[in-house]
Every structure is written in structure tokens, then in C-alpha cells.
Design a protein around this ligand. Structure first.
Ligand SMILES: C[S@@+](CC[C@H](N)C(=O)[O-])C[C@H]1O[C@@H](n2cnc3c(N)ncnc32)[C@H](O)[C@@H]1O
Length: 288
């Protein structure tokens, strides 16, 4: 974890807030408050984050609000940004590069207990770790003899994953790619792992690509937060691919659900950093 001096951090944040406010107001004053300018300002803000800063959309909404923009303008910008962020992996790359930092300060090193449990007794084969982060599940699977490929949009996450794999004495193939352009292949994976993967599970096109890439008899192990039915999805939720209660089974209705659980627990993500209690969903499903 990164130790910080709280005073210098708050000075840094105040200075940053002032600079971004100045950037926004000068752009508006020059009449350039069009969609591209809104997007560029967001990327500039992301690029200015230090390792460990909160960089979610909700944090940026707060920044805009603190700059004194009218609520309707804040919401217009947030809508535009969340739509673009889904289509443009660049924003997520900046977001996560600043979160992971060069020392791997965010995610836990141990595999998710759910993944540990579902692979018990399975014969290792080809596994794909979607949005693998720093590779905690990939490394665990490789240690059991699985041939693991993982992809992620964050180059910092992948560099950390490779360093950790080396330390663990295992091989993992890492691909830097957004899910948007990743080549999932067809009939290729015996196991797909998605833990807290930022993947738009509500978009049929991506879900179909994912399912087509599984071998018949292949498994999908999915774990994420889960939202109450009808929850507000205008902030980070839609971007992060978080399903609503019961929704996952409908989304993956082409698969046979072997296990399904929604539980209240400490999230298995960011355990030591910003551990949060909340509802999680865990689903194990098989391609017929
Ligand atoms: C919450 S982390 C989970 C990481 C890992 N699965 C784990 O459980 O430790 C979400 C990951 O999704 C990645 N990500 C976000 N947007 C992405 C995109 N468009 N394409 C690929 N990866 C993305 C992030 O870089 C991040 O590593």
C-alpha cells in the first residue's frame, strides 16, 4: 500500500481541483463546450490522477458539481462521458493505470474463494480470465496446470500480473486489449473466469461473443457486485457491468446454471484498500 502525507495530498487535490476548474471555465468561455471538449476535459482529469486516487465516474461528477456547474449540465456531461467510456477503452486504461500504479497497490494477491472452489476436481484445460487485472485468478489457475490467457485494458495491471506470475513460477499469457476488440475465438475455452470484470453484460453482442468462445461443456465462473432491481444505473454501475438481482441468469440463458448465489459480504475486490460490504453475485454456468 502507498503511505501518504494527508496534508500534501489535500493540497495536491485542491490545486488539481483549481486547475481543472480553470480548464473547464476557459473552455466554456471560449464557446468550445461541445461533446469533444467535455470528453477531452475528462481524459485530462484522468491523466492528472495520482496512484490510488478515486477515479470513478461518481468522483468526476463530484468534481464538476464542485466547480459550480448547473445540475443539468453536470448530468449532460456525465451521460456523454459514460456512453463514450463504454466504447473507448482509452478512458478505462487511464482510470485503471492510475489505480494499480507501478507497485500493484489495489487488488488482493489471493484468488477469489469462489474460483478456488469451482475448479476443485476439474481437469485443467484452456482458461480465459476476462479483465484479469493483476492476474490473481490467472496465476492460481496456472499453478493448477491450466493454460491461462488473460486480457485487460490496463498495461500497468498486466505488467504487475506478469511480475507476480514470474514470482510464482508460472506462465500466463497476457493480452493488452479492451473487451471491445479482444479476439475471444470460437469454441476455445474450457473455463472463462469473470471476477469483477468491467464488461457490458447487458449488451447481447458481447455476451454472444463470450458464449461462442466457450467449448461445449465449458464453464463460466462469474462474480461481481449485484444491484437492487431498478437501481440507479447512471453512474459507475452501467460502466462496470454490474447486474441487477436475478438478471445474470436471464442474460446467460443460453447456458445451464449449475450454481447461483446472491450474498451480502465484504467484496473480494480491493480487499485491503477500500474493503466494502455489499451484495455479490456468484454464478457457475455450463455451455450445453
Ligand atoms: C475491478 S477490476 C477486476 C480485476 C480482476 N478480474 C480481479 O478480480 O482482480 C476490473 C478490471 O477491468 C479492466 N477493464 C476495465 N475496462 C476494460 C475494458 N474496456 N476492456 C478490458 N478490461 C477492462 C480494468 O483494467 C480492471 O483491471
Amino acid at each position: 500500500m502507498h503511505a501518504r502525507n494527508p496534508d500534501s495530498r489535500s493540497q495536491k487535490l485542491t490545486r488539481r481541483a483549481f486547475l481543472s476548474a480553470a480548464a473547464v471555465f476557459s473552455t466554456v468561455a471560449s464557446g468550445a463546450n461541445d461533446d469533444d471538449a467535455v470528453w477531452t476535459q475528462y481524459l485530462t482529469w484522468l491523466k492528472g490522477r495520482a496512484v490510488g486516487d478515486l477515479v470513478g465516474l461518481d468522483s468526476y461528477r463530484k468534481v464538476l458539481t464542485e466547480q459550480g456547474l448547473a445540475k443539468v449540465e453536470v448530468e449532460r456531461r456525465m451521460k456523454l462521458i459514460s456512453e463514450r467510456a463504454l466504447r473507448r477503452p482509452e478512458a478505462m486504461r487511464l482510470w485503471f493505470n492510475s489505480m494499480y500504479g507501478p507497485d500493484g497497490a489495489v487488488g488482493p494477491d489471493w484468488p477469489t474463494p469462489f474460483v478456488v472452489d469451482v475448479v476443485k476436481g476439474l481437469t485443467p484445460g484452456a482458461a480465459l480470465d476476462v479483465c484479469m487485472g493483476e492476474g490473481r485468478n490467472s496465476i492460481f489457475l496456472a499453478s493448477l496446470g491450466w493454460r491461462v490467457t488473460g486480457f485487460d485494458v490496463s498495461d500497468v495491471a498486466l505488467a504487475n500480473a506478469q511480475a507476480k506470475a514470474k514470482k510464482a513460477g508460472v506462465e500466463v499469457t497476457t493480452v493488452r486489449s479492451g473487451y471491445q476488440e479482444f479476439d475471444f475465438g470460437r469454441g476455445r475455452w474450457d473455463l472463462i473466469v469473470m471476477t469483477y470484470a468491467y464488461f457490458p453484460i447487458r449488451e447481447t453482442k458481447y455476451v454472444n461473443r463470450l458464449i461462442a468462445s466457450m467449448r461445449p461443456g465449458g464453464l463460466l465462473a462469474f462474480q461481481h457486485g449485484v444491484l437492487k432491481k431498478g437501481a440507479d444505473r447512471t453512474g459507475d454501475a452501467s460502466l462496470l457491468g454490474i447486474p441487477e438481482e436475478g438478471e445474470l441468469k436471464k442474460i446467460f440463458h443460453h447456458l445451464r446454471v449449475l450454481r447461483y448465489q446472491e450474498v451480502e459480504e465484504i467484496s473480494d475486490w480491493q480487499v485491503g484498500h477500500a474493503a466494502r460490504k455489499g451484495r455479490s453475485v456468484k454464478m457457475l454456468a455450463k455451455k450445453p
